[in-house]
Design a protein around this ligand. Structure first.
Ligand code: UD1
Length: 428
C-alpha cells in the first residue's frame, strides 16, 4: 500500500444504474486505526486481520514505522493482515506531517504516554467538517495525572512517574477521545472510571482488543467504562469487525438506485438506526445468513432524521442519506448534531440538480429530483461518497474530482461498485 495520493485522480460515472448483486464489506476503518495505535502498548506482536486497504491505514502504518515499530502487511482474503511490533519504538514524539494526514494518528499519544511517560504531537488533521478540538483527550490525560503543555505548536503530555487511575467525566462522548484515554488508562495504577464515554462499536472493538491483550475493562458499549490498571499487556490476534459505515453506504446506494443488493458481512446488529430509516422510506431490509439484502422499489418515501452519537444515526452516513432523500417524494429534514460544518456537500448536489436548502446544521430536501451529470468535488470522505452515490442515479456523465478523499476510507470502492453494475472509470 502507498500513502501517495494522486490529487489529480478523478472518477467518471455514467448513470443512471440500478445496482444489483453482492458486495463484501471490509473491516471497520475507525476500529482498525485505533487498534493499530493500541499495538504500541506492548512489545509483543499484535496481529490485526480484516484491516481495510485504505490510505488512512497506509499513512498510519508509515507513522508507526517512523516511531520505530515494525508493521508487516500481507493481503489475505481481499483484506490486510498487519503484524505490528512496537518493541523498537524509540521516540515518543510523533512526526508532524503524518499526524496531519489523518485524525486517528493522534491516538498514538495514549499508548506512547503509557509506554514512555511522555508523548508529543501536533494538533491532528482530518476532514474539514467543523471544529475538531482535542480538549476531551487532553482533559482525560490530565485527570490521569499527566501535565499537558503546548510547545512549538505541539501538545506535550508528561507523566514521568506514571499515570494513576481517576474518575473522569468527559464533556462530550468523543469517539477518538474515549479510545485515546482508554489506551492511557489500561496501564494506569489503580482504578479508572470514564463517565460519558462514547459507546460506538469502534470503541467497543478497541476495548475488546485491549482486554484480549490483558487489560481489565468493563462496561464496553455503555457510557460508563470501568478500568482496573494492569502492569503489562501482551500480544494477540484480532479480526476487525466489518465496517458499519461502508455497509450503510452500499445499503443507501442500493436503496436510492431502486436496486437489489446483498451486503456480505454487514454488521447488522450495529446498524439499527439506518435500517429503521430505510424501512421508513419503503425499502426492504432482509437479514439473511452472512449479511443483509437491501431491495428497493421506487418511489421512496421522505423522512426526517438527526445525526447523533451511537446508537443514533451515524454522522458519517448523514451526507449519503441526505443524497438518498433527493430521490424521495416530498420534503425531508436533516439535522446534523455531531459536527458543526457537515453540510458542505450541498452545493455539489445542487450542481447535479438537487433541491436542497441548508443553513447551519439543518437541511431541507425536496424530492424527487431528476439529477444530471456534472463536474463535482469529493470534499471529504463522506461528502465525497455522497456525490458519487448521486452520480449513480444521475442522467449522463458525472466527473468526481479529489478522489483521494474516498481512498482514505473506502476499500476498492470503484471495483466494488462495478461488481454491482455501476459504470465507474478512473481518470488518472
Ligand atoms: C470519529 C470518527 C469519525 C466520526 C466521528 C463521530 C475516527 C478516526 N473518526 O471522529 O469518522 O465522524 O467519530 O462519530 O474514529 N469534540 C470535542 N472535544 C474533543 C473531541 C471532540 O468537543 O476533544 C466534539 C467535536 O467537535 C465533534 C464531536 O465531539 O462535534 C464528535 O467528535 P468525535 O467523537 O471526537 O469524533 P472523532 O473521534 O474525531
Amino acid at each position: 500500500m502507498t500513502t501517495a495520493r494522486d490529487r489529480g485522480t478523478r472518477l467518471s460515472v455514467q448513470g443512471p444504474v440500478r445496482l444489483h448483486g453482492s458486495v463484501r464489506v471490509s473491516g471497520a476503518k475507525n476500529a482498525a486505526l485505533a487498534m493499530m495505535c493500541a499495538a504500541l502498548l506492548t512489545t509483543d506482536d499484535v496481529v490485526l486481520q480484516n484491516v481495510p486497504r485504505i490510505s488512512d491505514v497506509a499513512s498510519l502504518s508509515q507513522l508507526l514505522r517512523e516511531l520505530g515499530a515494525s508493521v508487516d502487511e500481507e493481503v489475505r482474503d481481499d483484506a490486510l493482515a498487519l503484524r505490528i511490533n512496537g518493541s523498537g519504538v524509540a521516540t515518543s514524539d510523533a512526526p508532524a506531517e503524518l499526524i496531519n494526514e489523518n485524525r486517528a494518528s493522534f491516538q498514538v499519544i495514549g499508548p506512547l504516554l503509557t509506554r514512555f511517560g511522555r508523548a508529543s504531537a501536533p494538533p491532528p488533521g482530518g476532514d474539514s467538517i467543523g471544529q475538531r478540538p482535542i480538549d476531551v483527550h487532553l482533559w482525560g490525560f490530565s485527570q490521569l495525572g499527566a501535565d499537558v503543555v503546548r510547545q512549538d505548536n505541539r501538545h506535550v503530555v508528561l507523566a514521568p512517574t506514571g499515570l494513576r487511575g481517576a474518575r473522569i467525566f468527559m464533556d462530550y462522548p468523543s469517539v477518538s477521545g474515549t479510545q485515546n484515554v482508554l489506551m492511557a488508562a489500561v496501564r494506569a495504577s489503580g482504578r479508572t472510571t470514564i463517565v460519558n464515554a462514547a459507546t460506538e462499536p469502534e470503541v467497543q472493538e478497541l476495548g475488546g482488543l485491549l482486554n484480549a491483550m490483558g487489560a481489565r475493562i468493563k462496561g464496553l458499549g455503555t457510557q460508563c467504562l470501568e478500568i482496573v490498571g494492569v502492569d503489562n499487556l501482551h500480544g494477540t490476534t484480532w479480526r476487525v469487525l466489518a465496517d458499519r459505515i461502508e455497509s450503510g453506504t452500499y445499503a443507501i446506494a442500493a436503496a436510492m438506485s431502486g436496486g437489489d443488493v446483498f451486503i456480505e458481512d454487514a454488521p447488522v446488529t450495529v446498524m439499527d438506526a439506518l435500517l429503521a430509516k430505510l424501512r421508513a422510506s419503503g425499502v426492504e431490509t432482509l437479514v439473511e445468513p452472512g449479511g443483509i439484502r437491501i431491495r428497493a422499489m421506487r418511489p421512496l418515501k421522505p423522512f426526517n432524521f438527526q445525526a447523533l452519537p451511537y446508537p443514533g444515526l451515524p454522522t458519517d452516513l448523514q451526507a449519503p442519506l441526505a443524497t438518498l432523500l433527493t430521490q424521495a417524494v416530498g420534503t425531508s429534514t436533516v439535522h446534523e448534531r455531531v459536527f458543526d460544518n457537515r453540510l458542505l456537500y450541498i452545493p455539489e448536489l445542487l450542481k447535479m440538480g438537487a433541491e436542497i436548502q441548508g443553513s447551519g446544521s439543518v437541511a431541507y430536501i425536496h424530492g424527487p429530483s431528476e439529477l444530471h451529470g456534472a463536474k463535482v468535488r469529493a470534499l471529504d470522505i463522506r461528502a465525497g461518497v455522497a456525490v458519487l452515490l448521486a452520480a449513480l442515479v444521475a442522467k449522463g456523465t458525472t466527473v468526481v474530482e479529489d478522489v483521494y478523499h474516498l481512498e482514505r476510507g473506502y476499500d476498492h470502492l470503484e471495483e466494488k461498485l462495478r461488481t454491482l453494475g455501476a459504470r465507474v472509470e478512473r481518470i488518472d
